[in-house]
Design a protein around this ligand. Structure first.
Ligand SMILES: NC(=O)C1=CN([C@@H]2O[C@H](COP(=O)(O)OP(=O)(O)OC[C@H]3O[C@@H](n4cnc5c(N)ncnc54)[C@H](OP(=O)(O)O)[C@@H]3O)[C@@H](O)[C@H]2O)C=CC1
Ligand SMILES: O=C(O)[C@@H]1CCC=N1
Length: 266
């Protein structure tokens, strides 16, 4: 089964590199990328063929669309004449619905919507997938295997996609923001930057491993760290005073709302 990736920016390259690491044959992969300089970079780095979007759409069994949501209409208009029944189109774009795509491709083309995230670069991705209206089990299984090469995959109803985008799609950025803030705090408290960075990164990795390996509720894990009248309780009180919990809720609502707006083309 051949796969084309149209739009090889951050997420397109993340998908491409994952497929290569997972052992997909490079001669079964192709990339559609409009910038010549970027195309030669990818050819050199992965040995993958970079072709026109139309050629990619005509030749591949599965066509993954990894352009910005705002470019999706133009790309679909460009490739639709090359698509035919039996092919699978997979969109990784925020906001863009399967019905938006289905209304722009020939009948019989199956569409699956995916929301991945960047930890796929280190095979720790989280991807949610939703079927369009002409999908069968084989299409979902194909996308599951595509995304499982770089992490976990969850099947979800499409109506949850905007919320998923806000939580796991954008999620790594919030975590990096917390890490960055903790490192700055460490420097403020007098630690060398490299020491603060080592401390924060390993604390993050260790905490994530505890969550995954013990399956214990995060509230319980937090309580275990919080000694009576101790340092953690003092810190947590400040986080509540500064309404960090409410800020997270507001941030993720904003991301969910932005995903909905992108569906309307803005
Ligand atoms: N980054 C992330 O963490 C995530 C991104 N996504 C989704 O992935 C998609 C891509 O995002 P991201 O990788 O961050 O964005 P980038 O801007 O890094 O990548 C988009 C790529 O598409 C290329 N492109 C634009 N128009 C065309 C075209 N007509 N034909 C071929 N290639 C084209 C761009 O080239 P050029 O730069 O020359 O314009 C660029 O290389 C978005 O829809 C986003 O919602 C989903 C989940 C997570
Ligand atoms: O910021 C964005 O719009 C994309 C979608 C999810 C993560 N990055």
């Amino acid at each position: 089964m051949s796969t084309a990736i149209i739009g090889a920016g951050v997420m397109g390259e993340t998908l491409l590199s994952g497929l290569v690491r997972a052992g997909r044959r490079v001669d079964q992969l192709m990339v559609g990328e409009k910038r010549a300089e970027r195309a030669s970079e990818l050819e050199e780095r992965y040995g993958v063929a970079v072709v026109s979007n139309r050629e990619a759409a005509a030749k591949a069994d599965t066509v993954a669309l990894v352009v910005k949501p705002q470019d999706m209409g133009d790309v679909l208009e460009e490739i639709a004449p090359e698509l035919r029944a039996g092919q699978l189109v997979v969109s990784l774009a925020a906001g863009i619905t399967t019905s938006f795509i289905e209304s722009r491709v020939p009948d019989g083309v199956a569409v699956v919507r995916v929301m991945p995230n960047t930890p796929a670069l280190v095979d720790e991705g989280m991807a949610a997938i939703s079927p369009g209206s002409h999908c069968d089990e084989s299409h979902l299984a194909e996308v599951e295997s595509l995304m499982a090469s770089t992490g976990k995959v969850l099947r979800i109803p499409e109506k949850q996609m905007d919320a998923v985008t806000a939580i796991s799609g954008s999620g790594p950025a919030y975590i990096f923001f917390v890490v960055e803030s903790m490192i700055e705090a460490g420097v403020h408290l007098g630690l060398p930057r490299s020491t603060a960075t080592d401390l924060v990164v390993q604390t993050l990795v260790g905490s994530a491993a505890m969550l995954r390996e013990t399956g214990t509720h995060p509230v319980v894990l937090r309580e275990q760290v919080t000694s009576p009248s101790g340092t953690t309780a003092s810190a947590l009180r400040e986080l509540e005073v500064h309404r960090v919990r409410a800020a997270f809720l507001a941030a993720m609502e904003a991301a969910r709302n932005r995903s909905r707006e992108l569906a309307e083309g803005s």
